[in-house]
Design a protein around this ligand. Structure first.
Ligand code: AMP
Ligand code: MG
Length: 317
């Protein structure tokens, strides 16, 4: 299967590949026509740049003009793993991959199949999440098939993904600083422990700095039913906020009554488990013809930050 997938990549096709975060829609990052097919299949606007996946550091070095100390430290600590590093781009990949930006997003995924696919295809792989643009990211192969169907040439099914939430995206800045562009599976605390300093946050309006990061769009990762987000309060008994059939989704255990369905993602409060179940549960709930979803925030800190980021972007109000 991996050999067939590698051959598909080499002839400019699209392969849905498992990673530790979510399923990716992969194509040869050096082939502009193959990359164009990714945008078409997803309905993704061309101003939204792609993450390029590598199997070893040398392949990453080939993609970028620079390898600052912070990149070295972070790659050493977290690769292979769910951390994407934004670096100045070299000229080995087409403009389409970076949406014309002077930077390229690079990651080494921690999944044997993905690493082996890159190695056998012998190409860096451009791979955004394998969902229709704006929809919830796929954590199982069947989610990919449901969203993209026959526009994918081959789907590698390795079962549900381990993290369930996308990579953390960082950009090394001036004087050793590191800016967090998207919270994700590597927590801010872990980044800071390795860097020995606080990470910086971009200004409230990211596009004003010329960074096109639609992962930062206000509405993204969204289920196809109205969703309202509320704060976490152990004292509160949560109830449907409107008429009709409502679903509840909460990363931690909460008190509730009156919901048609209630999904507590981790009754024991394990946010790694909650992250793993988040997107699959959102997809399950959107299939249930509910009138709306009430989402309760995760506890702050650790993976709670990334989970709340996704819940916020999935909310309609
Ligand atoms: P996805 O792979 O679907 O999770 O989306 C990739 C994310 O990486 C999007 O939010 C992109 O905007 C972001 N990204 C990719 N390349 C860059 C870049 N050069 N600078 C900033 N963000 C980027
Ligand atoms: Mg995505």
């Amino acid at each position: 299967m991996l050999e067939a997938a590698a051959a598909t990549i080499r002839r400019g096709g699209l392969v849905a590949m498992p990673t530790e975060t979510v399923y990716g829609l992969a194509a040869d990052a050096t082939d502009a026509r193959a990359v164009a097919r990714i945008f078409e299949a997803k309905g993704r606007p061309r101003f939204d740049p792609l993450i390029v996946h590598v199997d070893r550091i040398e392949r990453a070095l080939h993609l970028t003009g620079q390898w600052p100390q912070a990149a070295h430290q972070l790659a050493e600590a977290f690769w292979p793993g769910p951390l994407t590093i934004i670096l100045p781009r070299g000229d080995s990949i087409p403009d389409l991959v970076t949406a014309g930006l002077p930077t390229v997003a690079i990651r080494m995924p921690a999944h044997d199949w993905a690493l082996e696919l890159i190695r056998r295809a012998d190409r860096p792989l451009a791979a955004p999440s394998a969902n229709r643009f704006g929809h919830v990211s796929p954590t199982e192969a069947r989610h990919v098939v449901g969203d993209l169907g026959s526009s994918v040439d081959l789907v590698l099914d390795a079962g549900p993904t381990a993290c369930g939430i996308e990579s953390t995206i960082v950009m090394p800045g001036e004087a050793g600083s590191v800016v967090l562009l998207r919270p994700g599976a590597i927590t801010t605390e872990r980044l800071e422990a390795v860097l020995g300093r606080k990470v910086a946050f971009p200004p409230a309006e990211p596009r004003s700095r010329g960074i096109t990061a639609p992962g930062m769009l206000a509405r993204h990762y969204a289920p196809r039913i109205p969703m309202r987000m509320v704060g976490l309060d152990a004292e509160v008994v949560y109830r449907p906020p409107g008429a009709g059939e409502w679903g509840l989704i909460s990363p931690a255990r909460v008190q509730h009554e009156g919901f048609a369905v209630a999904e507590l993602l981790s009754p024991d409060g394990d946010m790694a488990e909650a992250a793993m179940r988040l997107f699959g549960t959102m997809r399950k709930l959107e299939e249930m013809s509910l009138d709306g979803l009430l989402a309760v925030a995760a506890p702050q800190g650790g993976l709670g930050g990334a989970i709340n980021d996704r819940l916020r972007r999935a909310s309609t109000e």
